[in-house]
Design a protein around this ligand. Sequence first.
Ligand code: S3P
Length: 185
Amino acid sequence: MVISLVGLPGGGKSTVGRQLAKRIGARFLDSDAVLEERIGMPIRSYFEQFGETSFRDLEQRVIDELTQYADGPLIMATGGGAVLRPVNREHLRDRTTVIYLRSSPDELFRRLRHDTQRPLLQVADPLAKLRELYDQRHPLYEEVAHYTVDTGRPTVATLVNMIIMQLEVEGKLPPSPMADRPASA
Ligand code: S3P
């Protein structure tokens, strides 16, 4: 079983993914971290040296591999642009349970104002860039997602609880034992 997290950069895919994995006893992998390990350099440097298309080719390969992970339950955080290629969307949607962590551009801007690592945001007006990315990608995240969770107000722990409840309702996870459940229920 693979559960994938998609959404714009800074929306908490890795943070939420790591906590979710801990809670349900799954392995956690970040597709960007797997990729960085393979190329032996930060994504930002790779972008600068080889360009975005080359990066997307490698990303496609990693998504193809990780969506077929069969070595126990896996929570996979994806890079924000993983949904851009139709083949990735197909692999994510058909092979995994996809959760879209939806955040507004303003919220992301507050979190990413000082970021220096994300190549797409190293521009004069990062808020305008985030708005553009949202307009372009929100429909793609919605298309690929089995569930959408708004990251606006809740804490990470609450988001994780919301995701776990949703997965339980859909029968993707066995119901967690509830000590306070009435005996007659
Ligand atoms: C990208 C997002 C990054 C990383 C790369 C490209 C994007 O991942 O894959 O810099 O196109 O939005 P995060 O979403 O983890 O920042």
